[in-house]
Every structure is written in C-alpha cells, then in structure tokens.
Write a protein that binds this ligand. Structure first.
Ligand code: PMP
Length: 363
C-alpha cells in the first residue's frame, strides 16, 4: 500500500487545516518532485518566472469564474492567515474618527472587533455572547454612517452560520474563512471578502482576499507597504515572495472544484452531508446539538453528549475506527465534525453508522 492509500483510510473531520481532495494530494506530491515536467520541484521555482505567474494567474481566474465575480473585483492571495485581515481591513478602511459596524457572533468575530478598535470607532450592532454564541443575532440595525459592516459568515468554533446576506446599503465585509466556496451566494454584494485558505480553498499559509478597489485610499493614516491593499493590487499579489506552494495547492483545489461542477454542484453534496449528520444527531438522544436549529452550520457541526461521561468512549471509538478531528475546539469543548467541500459523503456515512452503533450500545 502506498502512502496516499494509507492516508485516505482515515476519515478526516478536522476544522482546518482540513481534508483536501485526494487528487490534490497526489498532484501536489508529484509536483514536489517534478513540476509540469520541468525537471524542477514546485518548491524551487522562482516566483517571478512564467512557471509561477501562470499558477497565480490561473488561480485568480478560477476564483473569478467559480464565484461569478464582477469585473471590478480584485482577487488577491496574501500572507498572514485570516487573523492578519482582522487588522488589515480596518487599517485600510477605517479612519480614526470614522465608525465601522461589527456583528459579534463568535470567537473569530470577537477577535476581529478587538483589532478594529485599534484603528477607529467600532459599533457592535449585536452579540450572541449571552448564550455562548450558539445562535446568530437577528433584528439588529446597521448604522447608515458606518464605513463598513463586518461579520463572520460561518463560526467555525461554535458551529453557527449566517444563512442570508444582511440587507443594508453599508458596504459589507465578511470573514468567510470556513464556508467560502461551499454554497452559492451573490459574492458581488460584498465590498470585501477574506478567507484563510486552509479549509475550502487549499493549504494553510495564504489568504484569499476579494475586494473593490474604489473603497481604498480613503483613510488618512500611512500604511506599511505589505499592509496596503493598493500595493498588492498593483503588484498582482507579488509585492514580495508569495507563498508559492500554498497558492499552487489552492490552484489544484480550485481546478478540482471546477471539475466537480463548481459551487452549485458542491452545495448539493454539502447539503446532503449536513442533513444526514443533523438528522442522525436529532434522532439519537445520546447526542445533543448545541446550536439554534435555524442557525446550524453546514460546515462545522457542533454537539455534546447528553451524558458527558460518554464523550471519551465516543472519541476513543472514533479514533479506533480511523476518524480524526471529532473533538470540539479547546475553548468550547464537546464535539465538532467539519464537513468541508473535500470531505466525501462516504466519510459522513461511516460516522453516522458509528454513531448509531454507539447509541445502540449506550442509549
Ligand atoms: N476566521 C475564521 C472564521 C476561522 O475559522 C479562523 C481559523 N480557523 C480564523 C479566522 C483565523 O485564521 P488563521 O488561523 O488563518 O489566522
């Protein structure tokens, strides 16, 4: 058995870095040894060569195609993880005297708010902290004088997801790290979208940022070059050496998504996976989903055991059956199953059958 076969025997429910398509692993491995029959590894090609320029260009164009982006949208691949965007966004968009509106609906949104406060005024329009972020706040008002409204589209840790884009004239900024490319929406409604790549886009080490150029250059502060979106746009994400390999893995994953029929096709599969898992959890009293039903995430399914003492035996059984990543985030505990694009239905079916077996034994 070769190493790829050994690897795919595991069902990987990790929250990110997470499962990627098998063919991406195979192609990426082959390219480490010999990239496009060049006799060079992808790890040793120069970034300012046509070899890499083609990789970056195709990745950008696939993002535009898959997300049906308007021609005024700029697509960047930047360093630093989504956490960098928590401060790069306000640094570029929020003047000291100006105001931005934020929705506080999970751990990552809270971090984004903390960083934005370093640069200007922040109005928190609503929060679900009162119930440990187990629901998405509704019925809030977004102040019309805010320069932008920021929210997290999917709360990776708590397992909630926004199922509709808020209606507002205020420019929308969204952290889509954990649900980008998983279902169709009108991505053109956003002034700025950012997402760490390590879930649905590709390998860790790079961020996808999609933005409108028009909104830049309006703040008074001076920006370091690496923090200035305008410079990244001007230099086509090559202001300095980009994370070549991470971007290459993004390209392979984007190609795979296109081959699978694009976002609409993967959305159908994602819906089926989430339905099967939630239906199972709802039908087995031994498990208890923790999130408001209407706000359940289709990417990160969070639940606890009715009897907390059964958590360890359940996790032990998962481990024994080759299922990894089922333990909840250290800050909330419990259990979490991530169902990103590359997780195949058969992994969910295997988990569901294990859950039924466990419930029969302990129910
Ligand atoms: N936002 C969300 C929604 C996330 O899930 C994560 C990480 N899992 C982050 C931000 C932070 O990303 P990074 O570690 O790439 O900085």
């Amino acid at each position: 058995m070769n190493t790829t076969e050994q690897m795919i025997r595991k069902h990987n429910f990790n929250s990110g870095p997470s499962v990627l398509p098998k063919e991406v692993f195979e192609e990426a491995s082959a390219s480490i040894l010999n990239f496009n029959n060049t006799g060079l590894s992808i790890l040793e090609i120069g970034h300012r060569t046509p070899l890499f320029e083609n990789v970056l260009e195709e990745a950008v164009s696939l993002v535009k195609e898959l997300m049906h982006l308007d021609s005024d949208k700029e697509v960047l691949f930047l360093h630093g993880g989504a956490t960098t965007q928590f401060f790069q966004v306000p640094m570029n968009l929020l003047d000291e005297q100006a105001k931005a509106a934020y929705l506080d609906c999970g751990t990552w949104g809270t971090k984004a708010i903390k960083e934005a406060k370093l640069f200007g005024n922040v109005e928190m329009v609503a929060s679900s902290k009162d119930k440990n972020y187990t629901y998405i706040p509704k019925g809030y008002t977004i102040p019309e004088d805010a320069v932008y409204f920021h929210y997290t589209s999917n709360n990776t840790i708590e397992g909630t997801q926004m199922h509709a884009i808020p209606e507002t004239k205020v420019p929308l900024v969204a952290d889509m790290s954990s649900d980008i490319l998983s279902y169709n929406m009108d991505f053109n409604r956003f002034a700025l979208i950012y997402a760490g790549a390590q879930k649905n886009i590709g390998a860790a080490g790079v961020n996808l940022v999609i933005l409108e150029k028009d909104m830049l250059g309006k703040v008074n502060r001076k920006l370091p070059g690496m923090m200035d979106y305008r410079q990244h746009i001007e230099h086509h994400s090559m202001l300095n050496t980009p994370p070549v390999f991470a971007i290459y893995v993004c390209l392979l994953t984007l190609r795979w998504l296109k081959k699978r029929g694009g976002i609409s096709a993967i959305e159908k599969v994602n819906d089926r996976k989430a339905k099967l898992l939630y239906d199972t959890l709802d039908s087995l009293p031994v498990f208890k989903p923790t999130v408001a039903r209407e706000d359940r995430s289709k990417m990160n399914v969070v639940f606890i055991m009715q009897n907390p003492e059964l958590e360890k035996p359940f996790l032990d059984l998962c481990k024994q059956e080759g299922m990894v990543g089922v333990k909840g985030h250290r800050s909330v505990g419990g259990l979490r199953v991530s169902l990103y694009n590359a997780l195949e239905m058969e992994s969910v079916e295997a988990l569901v059958s294990l859950m039924k077996h466990f419930a029969q034994k302990h129910g």
